[in-house]
Ligand binder design. Structure first.
Ligand code: KG4
Ligand code: ZN
Length: 364
C-alpha cells in the first residue's frame, strides 16, 4: 500500500510516498527559508503563493523518486490544519484533485498528529506514549492514547518554544529561523556556567503544579539583557553566551514540565509491561541540548526515548503520508476516506476536550 503525503501548512512545500511497511520511498521538502528570511519570519500570503507555484513539481518529484505513478497510489493524505490557511488550502485541494481523478481515498490529516505519530513510523512504538510536541507554533504535552485519541495535559499560555528561539534570535540580530542559528552560535560559548551566571533568565511557571508553559517572559528577559549591552552591533562572544544561556534555560523548562507530565502519565496508565515511550517531536526536537536533557529524563524514569531523525523533525510529507496510512489501515479495506467537502482548519486541537487557555493556542 502506497500513500502520498502533502504538507503545506507553513513554509515548507513537501510531498512524500510511504508504504504500509513504514518504508519512506521518497521525501521531498522545498524550504521557502530564503524567501521569508528578509522579513524575519514567515509572511502567510507569500508562503501561499510559493506553495502554489511549486506544489505540482514537488508531487511529481516525490512520485519519480519513489519510482511509482499515480496509478500505484492507494490514498492521498494532506495536512488540512492547523496552520496558515492559504497554504493549507493549496495542499488540501491538490490532494482532493488527485483523489477524485484517480478514485482513491482522500485523507485529511491534522499536522500535529503527523508530528505525534512519527515515532510509530520510525520505531513502531506502541500506544499509549507521552509526547512533547515542540515547534514554531506549538508547545504541548500530550498522551497519545490511540490513533486519533490524544489527551493534552499541558500547553503554552503564550509563545511556543520555537517562537521564543525565533524572536530572541531576531533581537540578537541572528537570521530566521532562530532555533538552528542560536544552537549553532551557542557552541562558540566555552564556559556554560559563566554564561548562565552572566545572563540570568527566569523560569516561568516553574512552581505552578501544572504541565503548562510560558515563554514570552523569557524573550522579554533576553531583550532586557541586550539593552544593557554596549550600544551598536552586538559582540559575537556576547551573542554566543546569551544564546547558550537561553538554550540551556529552554531545555530546563521543557524537562521540568515533562517530568511532571511523566508522573501524571504513569499514575494514569501504569504499570507498564515494558518501558513506555517518551517522544519529542516538532522542529525544536532537532536541538541537541534539548534532546539530550529529555533523553536523560527518560532514562531516569524508565522510559524509552524517541526523537525523530533530522530529516523528519521539521515539517515534511512523510509524517503526513504515515498518518494517512494509519487511518487507512485502521478503517479497513472499503474505507472511502474523508469527504471531499472537508474544510481546511486554521485551528484544529488534537484534544478537543482540553479547556482553551486564555491567550494560548494561536494555531490549535
Ligand atoms: O515543526 P516546525 O518545522 O514548523 C512548525 O510547525 O512550527 O518547527 C519550526 C521551529 C522554528 O521555530 C525553529 O526555530 C525551530 O523549530 N527549530 C529549532 C531548531 N531547528 C528548528 N529550535 C531549536 N534548535 C534547533 N536546532
Ligand atoms: Zn510542524
Amino acid at each position: 500500500m502506497n500513500v502520498l503525503g502533502i504538507e503545506t501548512s507553513c513554509d515548507e512545500t513537501a510531498a512524500a510516498i510511504v508504504n504500509d511497511d513504514g518504508k519512506i520511498l521518497s521525501n521531498i521538502v522545498l524550504s521557502q527559508l530564503k524567501t521569508h528570511q528578509v522579513y524575519g519570519g514567515v509572511v502567510p500570503e507569500i508562503a501561499a503563493r510559493e506553495h502554489l507555484e511549486h506544489i505540482d513539481k514537488i508531487i511529481a518529484a516525490a512520485l519519480k523518486d519513489a519510482g511509482i505513478t499515480f496509478e500505484q497510489l492507494d490514498g492521498v493524505a494532506a495536512t488540512c490544519g492547523p496552520g496558515l490557511i492559504g497554504g493549507v488550502m493549496i495542499g488540501m485541494m491538490s490532494a482532493k484533485a488527485i483523489a477524485s481523478v484517480h478514485n482513491i481515498p482522500f485523507l485529511a490529516i491534522n499536522h500535529l498528529e503527523g508530528h505525534a505519530l512519527t515515532a510509530r513510523l520510525t520505531d513502531k512504538i506502541k500506544f499509549p506514549y507521552l509526547v512533547l510536541l515542540v515547534s514554531g507554533g506549538h508547545t504541548q504535552l500530550l498522551i497519545a492514547q490511540s490513533l486519533g485519541q490524544y489527551h493534552r495535559i499541558g500547553t503554552t499560555l503564550d509563545d511556543a518554544a520555537g517562537e521564543c528561539f525565533d524572536k530572541s534570535a531576531k533581537l540578537m540580530g541572528l537570521p530566521y529561523p532562530g532555533g538552528p542559528n542560536i544552537e549553532k552560535i551557542a557552541k562558540e560559548c566555552t564556559d556554560q556556567e559563566a554564561a548562565i551566571a552572566r545572563f540570568q533568565l527566569p523560569s516561568p511557571m516553574k512552581n505552578k503544579k501544572t504541565c503548562d508553559f510560558s515563554f514570552s517572559g523569557l524573550k522579554t528577559s533576553v531583550r532586557l539583557h541586550i539593552d544593557r549591552l554596549p550600544e551598536g552591533e552586538l559582540e559575537r562572544s556576547d551573542v554566543a553566551q546569551l544564546s547558550c544561556a537561553l538554550e540551556i534555560k529552554i531545555a530546563e523548562i521543557l524537562a521540568n514540565k515533562s517530568a511532571r507530565a511523566i508522573n501524571q502519565f504513569k499514575e494514569t496508565y501504569g504499570p507498564f509491561e515494558s518501558p513506555p515511550g517518551l517522544v519529542v517531536c516538532g522542529g525544536v526536537s532537532a536541538n541537541r541540548t534539548i534532546a539530550q536533557q529529555l533523553q536523560n529524563l527518560a532514562l531516569e524514569n524508565d522510559m524509552t526515548f524517541y526523537a525523530p531523525p533530522l530529516s523528519l523533525s521539521g515539517d515534511n510529507g512523510a509524517m503526513i503520508a504515515w498518518a494517512g496510512l494509519e487511518k487507512l489501515l485502521a478503517n479497513g479495506e472499503n474505507y472511502p476516506g474523508d469527504p471531499m467537502n472537508f474544510a481546511a482548519r486554521p485551528r484544529w486541537p488534537l484534544d478537543p476536550d482540553a479547556a482553551p487557555l486564555h491567550g494560548a493556542e494561536v494555531k490549535a
